[in-house]
Design a protein around this ligand. Structure first.
Ligand code: ZN
Length: 419
Protein backbone atom coordinates (compact mmCIF):
# COMPACT_ATOMS: atom_id res chain seq x y z
CA UNK A 1 0.00 0.00 0.00
CA UNK A 2 1.35 3.38 -0.97
CA UNK A 3 1.95 5.64 2.05
CA UNK A 4 -0.10 8.41 0.43
CA UNK A 5 -3.22 6.24 0.34
CA UNK A 6 -5.28 6.68 3.50
CA UNK A 7 -7.37 4.13 5.29
CA UNK A 8 -11.07 4.91 5.31
CA UNK A 9 -13.52 4.64 8.20
CA UNK A 10 -17.17 3.85 7.59
CA UNK A 11 -19.61 3.15 10.42
CA UNK A 12 -16.91 1.83 12.74
CA UNK A 13 -15.07 -0.38 10.25
CA UNK A 14 -11.63 0.57 8.93
CA UNK A 15 -10.98 -0.15 5.26
CA UNK A 16 -7.56 -0.08 3.68
CA UNK A 17 -7.10 1.51 0.30
CA UNK A 18 -8.09 -1.14 -2.30
CA UNK A 19 -5.11 -2.89 -3.88
CA UNK A 20 -7.08 -3.03 -7.14
CA UNK A 21 -10.65 -2.13 -8.11
CA UNK A 22 -13.24 -3.87 -5.96
CA UNK A 23 -16.51 -4.80 -7.63
CA UNK A 24 -19.32 -5.95 -5.35
CA UNK A 25 -22.35 -7.46 -7.07
CA UNK A 26 -25.68 -8.01 -5.31
CA UNK A 27 -27.41 -10.82 -7.21
CA UNK A 28 -30.95 -9.91 -6.22
CA UNK A 29 -32.83 -13.02 -5.08
CA UNK A 30 -29.68 -15.10 -5.66
CA UNK A 31 -30.64 -17.98 -3.39
CA UNK A 32 -27.69 -20.33 -2.71
CA UNK A 33 -29.81 -23.16 -4.14
CA UNK A 34 -29.31 -21.86 -7.69
CA UNK A 35 -25.54 -22.03 -7.46
CA UNK A 36 -25.59 -25.35 -5.60
CA UNK A 37 -27.68 -26.87 -8.37
CA UNK A 38 -25.80 -25.41 -11.33
CA UNK A 39 -22.34 -26.04 -9.87
CA UNK A 40 -23.29 -29.65 -9.06
CA UNK A 41 -24.33 -30.02 -12.70
CA UNK A 42 -20.89 -28.86 -13.82
CA UNK A 43 -22.13 -25.51 -15.20
CA UNK A 44 -20.86 -21.95 -14.65
CA UNK A 45 -17.10 -22.23 -15.22
CA UNK A 46 -16.28 -18.78 -13.81
CA UNK A 47 -18.25 -19.29 -10.61
CA UNK A 48 -16.50 -22.67 -10.34
CA UNK A 49 -13.12 -21.00 -10.63
CA UNK A 50 -13.97 -18.40 -7.96
CA UNK A 51 -15.14 -21.15 -5.61
CA UNK A 52 -12.00 -23.25 -6.11
CA UNK A 53 -9.39 -20.47 -6.33
CA UNK A 54 -11.00 -17.65 -4.34
CA UNK A 55 -13.33 -17.91 -1.38
CA UNK A 56 -16.90 -19.16 -1.15
CA UNK A 57 -19.32 -19.53 1.70
CA UNK A 58 -22.96 -19.09 2.60
CA UNK A 59 -23.60 -15.99 4.71
CA UNK A 60 -26.44 -14.71 6.86
CA UNK A 61 -28.23 -11.86 5.16
CA UNK A 62 -30.00 -9.14 7.13
CA UNK A 63 -33.58 -9.50 8.28
CA UNK A 64 -36.14 -9.02 6.97
CA UNK A 65 -34.86 -10.75 3.84
CA UNK A 66 -35.98 -7.99 1.48
CA UNK A 67 -34.18 -5.98 -1.18
CA UNK A 68 -33.88 -2.51 0.40
CA UNK A 69 -32.68 -3.56 3.89
CA UNK A 70 -30.07 -5.88 2.47
CA UNK A 71 -28.73 -3.52 -0.18
CA UNK A 72 -28.29 -0.92 2.56
CA UNK A 73 -26.54 -3.51 4.75
CA UNK A 74 -24.10 -4.30 1.95
CA UNK A 75 -23.37 -0.66 1.09
CA UNK A 76 -22.96 0.51 4.71
CA UNK A 77 -21.34 -2.62 6.14
CA UNK A 78 -23.87 -2.69 8.99
CA UNK A 79 -26.96 -4.66 10.07
CA UNK A 80 -30.49 -3.27 9.75
CA UNK A 81 -30.43 -2.00 13.35
CA UNK A 82 -27.64 0.43 12.45
CA UNK A 83 -28.71 1.70 9.03
CA UNK A 84 -32.43 1.81 9.84
CA UNK A 85 -33.86 0.64 6.51
CA UNK A 86 -35.95 -2.24 7.77
CA UNK A 87 -38.22 -2.67 4.75
CA UNK A 88 -39.70 -0.76 1.85
CA UNK A 89 -42.31 0.75 4.17
CA UNK A 90 -42.82 1.46 7.83
CA UNK A 91 -45.90 2.80 9.57
CA UNK A 92 -45.74 6.30 11.00
CA UNK A 93 -47.84 5.93 14.16
CA UNK A 94 -48.31 9.71 14.40
CA UNK A 95 -50.37 9.69 11.19
CA UNK A 96 -51.03 5.93 10.76
CA UNK A 97 -49.76 6.29 7.21
CA UNK A 98 -47.19 3.96 5.64
CA UNK A 99 -43.94 5.77 4.85
CA UNK A 100 -41.78 4.70 1.92
CA UNK A 101 -38.26 4.04 3.18
CA UNK A 102 -36.29 4.76 0.00
CA UNK A 103 -35.24 8.32 0.89
CA UNK A 104 -31.56 8.95 1.68
CA UNK A 105 -32.58 10.97 4.78
CA UNK A 106 -33.89 7.73 6.34
CA UNK A 107 -30.58 5.91 5.86
CA UNK A 108 -28.47 6.15 9.03
CA UNK A 109 -24.72 6.34 8.73
CA UNK A 110 -22.65 6.74 5.58
CA UNK A 111 -22.22 4.41 2.66
CA UNK A 112 -18.79 2.84 2.28
CA UNK A 113 -18.52 4.23 -1.25
CA UNK A 114 -19.33 7.78 -0.10
CA UNK A 115 -16.60 7.57 2.57
CA UNK A 116 -14.10 6.38 -0.03
CA UNK A 117 -15.24 9.08 -2.44
CA UNK A 118 -14.61 11.71 0.25
CA UNK A 119 -11.07 10.31 0.65
CA UNK A 120 -10.37 10.68 -3.08
CA UNK A 121 -11.48 7.36 -4.57
CA UNK A 122 -13.58 7.12 -7.71
CA UNK A 123 -16.77 5.14 -7.11
CA UNK A 124 -19.71 3.78 -9.08
CA UNK A 125 -23.12 2.42 -8.10
CA UNK A 126 -25.53 1.03 -10.66
CA UNK A 127 -28.84 -0.58 -9.81
CA UNK A 128 -31.48 -2.25 -11.93
CA UNK A 129 -34.44 -0.61 -10.18
CA UNK A 130 -34.46 3.06 -9.31
CA UNK A 131 -35.88 2.57 -5.79
CA UNK A 132 -32.37 1.91 -4.44
CA UNK A 133 -30.53 4.61 -6.33
CA UNK A 134 -30.94 7.62 -4.05
CA UNK A 135 -29.85 5.76 -0.93
CA UNK A 136 -26.89 4.19 -2.73
CA UNK A 137 -25.89 7.71 -3.81
CA UNK A 138 -26.27 9.23 -0.34
CA UNK A 139 -23.52 11.74 0.30
CA UNK A 140 -22.00 11.25 -3.14
CA UNK A 141 -21.08 14.34 -5.19
CA UNK A 142 -21.32 13.02 -8.75
CA UNK A 143 -19.71 16.20 -10.11
CA UNK A 144 -16.44 14.73 -8.80
CA UNK A 145 -16.30 11.92 -11.35
CA UNK A 146 -18.50 9.39 -9.57
CA UNK A 147 -21.36 7.61 -11.29
CA UNK A 148 -24.72 6.54 -9.89
CA UNK A 149 -27.71 5.52 -11.99
CA UNK A 150 -30.41 2.88 -12.51
CA UNK A 151 -31.28 0.87 -15.61
CA UNK A 152 -34.92 1.76 -14.95
CA UNK A 153 -34.30 5.46 -15.68
CA UNK A 154 -31.17 5.07 -17.80
CA UNK A 155 -32.47 7.29 -20.60
CA UNK A 156 -32.92 10.16 -18.12
CA UNK A 157 -29.34 10.21 -16.84
CA UNK A 158 -27.72 13.63 -16.58
CA UNK A 159 -24.19 14.60 -15.60
CA UNK A 160 -25.59 16.68 -12.75
CA UNK A 161 -27.72 13.92 -11.22
CA UNK A 162 -25.91 10.71 -12.27
CA UNK A 163 -22.37 11.68 -13.28
CA UNK A 164 -22.99 10.17 -16.73
CA UNK A 165 -25.28 10.85 -19.70
CA UNK A 166 -26.20 9.28 -23.03
CA UNK A 167 -25.67 5.86 -21.51
CA UNK A 168 -27.59 3.88 -24.17
CA UNK A 169 -25.47 5.02 -27.17
CA UNK A 170 -22.29 4.86 -25.04
CA UNK A 171 -23.01 1.26 -24.08
CA UNK A 172 -24.47 0.34 -27.48
CA UNK A 173 -27.45 -1.40 -25.90
CA UNK A 174 -31.19 -0.83 -26.01
CA UNK A 175 -33.01 -0.11 -22.77
CA UNK A 176 -34.23 -3.46 -21.41
CA UNK A 177 -37.81 -4.05 -20.29
CA UNK A 178 -38.68 -3.90 -16.59
CA UNK A 179 -39.53 -7.59 -16.67
CA UNK A 180 -36.50 -9.12 -18.35
CA UNK A 181 -33.20 -10.73 -17.41
CA UNK A 182 -31.52 -8.05 -19.49
CA UNK A 183 -32.46 -5.45 -16.84
CA UNK A 184 -29.86 -7.06 -14.59
CA UNK A 185 -27.34 -7.89 -17.31
CA UNK A 186 -27.38 -4.24 -18.41
CA UNK A 187 -26.11 -3.21 -14.95
CA UNK A 188 -23.13 -5.56 -15.27
CA UNK A 189 -22.27 -4.54 -18.85
CA UNK A 190 -22.34 -0.87 -17.85
CA UNK A 191 -20.13 -1.59 -14.83
CA UNK A 192 -17.65 -3.49 -17.02
CA UNK A 193 -17.44 -0.67 -19.55
CA UNK A 194 -16.89 1.92 -16.81
CA UNK A 195 -14.21 -0.32 -15.34
CA UNK A 196 -12.41 -0.54 -18.68
CA UNK A 197 -12.68 3.17 -19.47
CA UNK A 198 -12.30 4.84 -16.07
CA UNK A 199 -11.00 2.16 -13.73
CA UNK A 200 -12.87 3.37 -10.63
CA UNK A 201 -11.74 2.10 -7.23
CA UNK A 202 -15.09 0.73 -5.97
CA UNK A 203 -18.17 -0.43 -7.85
CA UNK A 204 -21.46 -1.62 -6.38
CA UNK A 205 -23.69 -3.31 -8.94
CA UNK A 206 -27.16 -4.33 -7.81
CA UNK A 207 -29.39 -6.57 -9.95
CA UNK A 208 -33.09 -7.42 -9.81
CA UNK A 209 -34.78 -10.67 -8.83
CA UNK A 210 -37.32 -11.00 -11.66
CA UNK A 211 -35.70 -14.25 -12.81
CA UNK A 212 -35.63 -15.84 -9.36
CA UNK A 213 -39.24 -14.86 -8.61
CA UNK A 214 -40.23 -16.54 -11.87
CA UNK A 215 -38.05 -19.62 -12.20
CA UNK A 216 -36.78 -22.23 -9.76
CA UNK A 217 -33.28 -23.74 -9.94
CA UNK A 218 -34.85 -26.64 -11.87
CA UNK A 219 -35.95 -24.48 -14.80
CA UNK A 220 -33.95 -23.89 -17.96
CA UNK A 221 -34.49 -20.13 -17.98
CA UNK A 222 -32.90 -19.80 -14.54
CA UNK A 223 -29.84 -21.65 -15.81
CA UNK A 224 -29.80 -19.47 -18.92
CA UNK A 225 -29.69 -16.35 -16.69
CA UNK A 226 -26.92 -17.75 -14.50
CA UNK A 227 -24.89 -18.72 -17.59
CA UNK A 228 -25.13 -15.14 -18.80
CA UNK A 229 -24.13 -13.88 -15.35
CA UNK A 230 -21.22 -16.31 -15.36
CA UNK A 231 -20.07 -15.00 -18.73
CA UNK A 232 -20.02 -11.35 -17.64
CA UNK A 233 -18.46 -12.22 -14.26
CA UNK A 234 -15.65 -13.93 -16.19
CA UNK A 235 -15.10 -10.78 -18.24
CA UNK A 236 -15.20 -8.60 -15.12
CA UNK A 237 -12.70 -10.78 -13.26
CA UNK A 238 -10.33 -10.56 -16.26
CA UNK A 239 -9.90 -6.82 -15.56
CA UNK A 240 -7.50 -7.38 -12.63
CA UNK A 241 -10.08 -6.65 -9.94
CA UNK A 242 -11.42 -8.25 -6.79
CA UNK A 243 -14.90 -9.48 -7.65
CA UNK A 244 -17.27 -10.11 -4.73
CA UNK A 245 -20.63 -11.80 -5.32
CA UNK A 246 -23.46 -11.96 -2.84
CA UNK A 247 -27.23 -11.56 -2.72
CA UNK A 248 -29.76 -9.50 -0.83
CA UNK A 249 -31.95 -12.52 -0.05
CA UNK A 250 -32.88 -15.99 -1.23
CA UNK A 251 -36.14 -17.17 -2.73
CA UNK A 252 -38.57 -19.95 -1.78
CA UNK A 253 -41.43 -21.68 -3.54
CA UNK A 254 -44.56 -20.83 -1.57
CA UNK A 255 -47.21 -22.71 -3.55
CA UNK A 256 -49.08 -25.94 -2.88
CA UNK A 257 -49.15 -29.10 -4.99
CA UNK A 258 -51.88 -27.60 -7.19
CA UNK A 259 -49.71 -24.54 -7.89
CA UNK A 260 -51.83 -22.17 -5.79
CA UNK A 261 -50.00 -19.86 -3.37
CA UNK A 262 -50.07 -20.83 0.32
CA UNK A 263 -51.20 -17.50 1.75
CA UNK A 264 -52.12 -16.47 5.27
CA UNK A 265 -54.36 -13.38 4.98
CA UNK A 266 -53.30 -11.91 8.30
CA UNK A 267 -55.31 -8.68 8.27
CA UNK A 268 -58.49 -10.66 7.61
CA UNK A 269 -57.66 -13.01 10.51
CA UNK A 270 -56.94 -10.11 12.89
CA UNK A 271 -60.02 -8.14 11.81
CA UNK A 272 -62.21 -11.17 12.43
CA UNK A 273 -60.83 -11.55 15.93
CA UNK A 274 -60.25 -7.98 17.13
CA UNK A 275 -62.50 -5.91 14.85
CA UNK A 276 -61.76 -3.76 11.82
CA UNK A 277 -59.15 -0.97 12.18
CA UNK A 278 -57.85 -2.24 15.52
CA UNK A 279 -54.67 -3.60 13.93
CA UNK A 280 -52.73 -2.67 10.80
CA UNK A 281 -50.73 -5.23 8.83
CA UNK A 282 -47.94 -3.79 6.69
CA UNK A 283 -46.27 -5.92 4.01
CA UNK A 284 -42.85 -4.28 3.75
CA UNK A 285 -42.01 -6.18 0.54
CA UNK A 286 -44.33 -3.96 -1.47
CA UNK A 287 -42.97 -1.83 -4.25
CA UNK A 288 -44.29 -0.35 -7.46
CA UNK A 289 -43.43 -3.52 -9.34
CA UNK A 290 -45.37 -6.30 -7.70
CA UNK A 291 -46.55 -8.29 -10.69
CA UNK A 292 -44.13 -11.10 -9.99
CA UNK A 293 -44.99 -11.64 -6.34
CA UNK A 294 -48.37 -9.99 -5.71
CA UNK A 295 -46.81 -8.11 -2.75
CA UNK A 296 -46.71 -11.36 -0.77
CA UNK A 297 -43.67 -12.14 1.32
CA UNK A 298 -42.46 -14.14 4.30
CA UNK A 299 -42.38 -11.25 6.77
CA UNK A 300 -45.03 -8.74 7.82
CA UNK A 301 -45.48 -6.22 10.61
CA UNK A 302 -48.56 -5.72 12.78
CA UNK A 303 -49.29 -2.47 14.59
CA UNK A 304 -52.05 -2.13 17.17
CA UNK A 305 -54.14 1.05 17.20
CA UNK A 306 -54.01 0.91 21.00
CA UNK A 307 -56.67 -1.43 22.34
CA UNK A 308 -55.14 -4.78 21.43
CA UNK A 309 -51.90 -5.83 23.09
CA UNK A 310 -48.95 -7.46 21.34
CA UNK A 311 -49.45 -10.48 23.59
CA UNK A 312 -53.08 -10.87 22.43
CA UNK A 313 -52.01 -10.71 18.78
CA UNK A 314 -49.20 -13.21 19.33
CA UNK A 315 -51.46 -15.60 21.23
CA UNK A 316 -54.05 -15.47 18.49
CA UNK A 317 -51.75 -16.06 15.50
CA UNK A 318 -48.74 -18.06 16.66
CA UNK A 319 -50.63 -21.38 16.44
CA UNK A 320 -51.65 -20.81 12.80
CA UNK A 321 -50.19 -23.45 10.51
CA UNK A 322 -47.48 -21.77 8.43
CA UNK A 323 -46.54 -19.07 10.94
CA UNK A 324 -42.99 -19.75 12.00
CA UNK A 325 -42.53 -16.83 14.40
CA UNK A 326 -44.73 -14.12 15.90
CA UNK A 327 -42.52 -11.85 18.01
CA UNK A 328 -43.00 -8.74 20.07
CA UNK A 329 -40.94 -5.70 19.11
CA UNK A 330 -38.13 -6.15 21.63
CA UNK A 331 -37.65 -9.83 20.83
CA UNK A 332 -37.78 -9.29 17.06
CA UNK A 333 -35.21 -6.48 17.23
CA UNK A 334 -32.90 -8.52 19.45
CA UNK A 335 -33.18 -11.69 17.35
CA UNK A 336 -32.82 -10.02 13.97
CA UNK A 337 -30.73 -6.91 14.72
CA UNK A 338 -33.49 -4.51 13.60
CA UNK A 339 -34.15 -0.85 14.63
CA UNK A 340 -36.82 -0.61 17.39
CA UNK A 341 -38.09 2.82 16.32
CA UNK A 342 -39.19 1.42 12.97
CA UNK A 343 -40.47 -1.92 14.26
CA UNK A 344 -44.10 -2.88 14.71
CA UNK A 345 -45.76 -4.17 17.86
CA UNK A 346 -45.54 -7.67 16.39
CA UNK A 347 -43.23 -9.02 13.66
CA UNK A 348 -44.46 -12.14 11.87
CA UNK A 349 -42.37 -14.62 9.88
CA UNK A 350 -43.84 -17.41 7.76
CA UNK A 351 -42.54 -20.90 7.15
CA UNK A 352 -40.52 -21.61 4.02
CA UNK A 353 -43.49 -22.83 1.95
CA UNK A 354 -45.95 -20.16 3.12
CA UNK A 355 -46.35 -16.41 2.62
CA UNK A 356 -48.32 -13.74 4.43
CA UNK A 357 -50.56 -11.07 2.96
CA UNK A 358 -52.75 -8.42 4.53
CA UNK A 359 -56.30 -8.57 3.19
CA UNK A 360 -57.16 -10.92 0.32
CA UNK A 361 -59.10 -8.19 -1.46
CA UNK A 362 -56.08 -5.86 -1.61
CA UNK A 363 -53.59 -8.20 -3.28
CA UNK A 364 -53.70 -8.63 -7.03
CA UNK A 365 -52.53 -12.13 -7.85
CA UNK A 366 -53.37 -11.89 -11.58
CA UNK A 367 -49.67 -11.45 -12.40
CA UNK A 368 -48.97 -14.90 -10.97
CA UNK A 369 -51.17 -16.73 -13.48
CA UNK A 370 -49.37 -19.78 -14.81
CA UNK A 371 -46.52 -19.48 -12.30
CA UNK A 372 -45.92 -20.83 -8.84
CA UNK A 373 -45.46 -18.10 -6.23
CA UNK A 374 -41.80 -17.69 -5.36
CA UNK A 375 -40.99 -15.00 -2.83
CA UNK A 376 -38.93 -14.05 0.23
CA UNK A 377 -38.77 -12.04 3.44
CA UNK A 378 -38.47 -14.68 6.15
CA UNK A 379 -35.70 -16.55 7.86
CA UNK A 380 -35.89 -19.28 5.18
CA UNK A 381 -34.69 -16.77 2.58
CA UNK A 382 -32.01 -15.06 4.65
CA UNK A 383 -29.08 -17.26 3.51
CA UNK A 384 -27.02 -15.84 0.65
CA UNK A 385 -23.87 -16.74 -1.28
CA UNK A 386 -20.65 -14.98 -0.30
CA UNK A 387 -18.04 -15.44 -3.03
CA UNK A 388 -14.74 -13.72 -3.74
CA UNK A 389 -12.70 -14.14 -6.92
CA UNK A 390 -9.48 -14.03 -4.88
CA UNK A 391 -8.39 -16.09 -1.87
CA UNK A 392 -8.55 -14.72 1.65
CA UNK A 393 -5.41 -13.49 3.36
CA UNK A 394 -4.34 -15.22 6.56
CA UNK A 395 -6.04 -12.77 8.92
CA UNK A 396 -9.40 -13.15 7.16
CA UNK A 397 -9.07 -16.93 6.96
CA UNK A 398 -8.98 -16.82 10.76
CA UNK A 399 -11.86 -14.34 10.88
CA UNK A 400 -14.02 -16.43 8.51
CA UNK A 401 -13.38 -19.59 10.51
CA UNK A 402 -14.13 -17.93 13.84
CA UNK A 403 -17.63 -16.47 13.38
CA UNK A 404 -20.66 -16.83 11.12
CA UNK A 405 -20.28 -14.89 7.87
CA UNK A 406 -22.56 -11.88 7.55
CA UNK A 407 -23.36 -10.60 4.08
CA UNK A 408 -22.92 -7.00 5.30
CA UNK A 409 -19.20 -7.80 5.64
CA UNK A 410 -18.79 -8.25 1.89
CA UNK A 411 -16.94 -4.93 1.32
CA UNK A 412 -14.80 -5.63 4.40
CA UNK A 413 -13.79 -9.03 3.08
CA UNK A 414 -13.31 -7.83 -0.51
CA UNK A 415 -11.21 -4.78 0.48
CA UNK A 416 -9.40 -5.91 3.62
CA UNK A 417 -9.56 -9.66 3.38
CA UNK A 418 -8.07 -10.67 0.06
CA UNK A 419 -4.49 -11.58 -0.66
ZN1 ZN B 1 -34.41 -8.48 -3.77
Amino acid sequence: MSPTKPTVQANGTTYRWPLRPVVVVCIDGGDPRYLQRFLADGKLPNFRRFVSQGFAGVADGSMPSFTCPNNMSLITGTPTARHGISGNFYLDTATWQPVVMTGPELLRGDTIIARFAAAGAKVVSITAKDKLRKQLAKGLDVSQGHVSFSTEFVEKCTLAENGIENVLPWLGMDKPGMYSMELSLFVLEAGLKLLKERRPDLLFLSLTDWVQHKWSPDEADALRFYERLDDVFGRLAAEDITLALTADHGMSDKSNAAGEPNVIWLQDILDAKFGKDETIVICPITDAFVAHHGALGGFVRVWSRGKVTARQIIDHISGIDGIELALDKATACRMFDMPPDREADVAVVSREDVCIGASAKNHDLAGLKGHRLRTHGGVSEAKVPFILSRPLNDAYKVKAAGAPLKSYQIFDYAINGTA
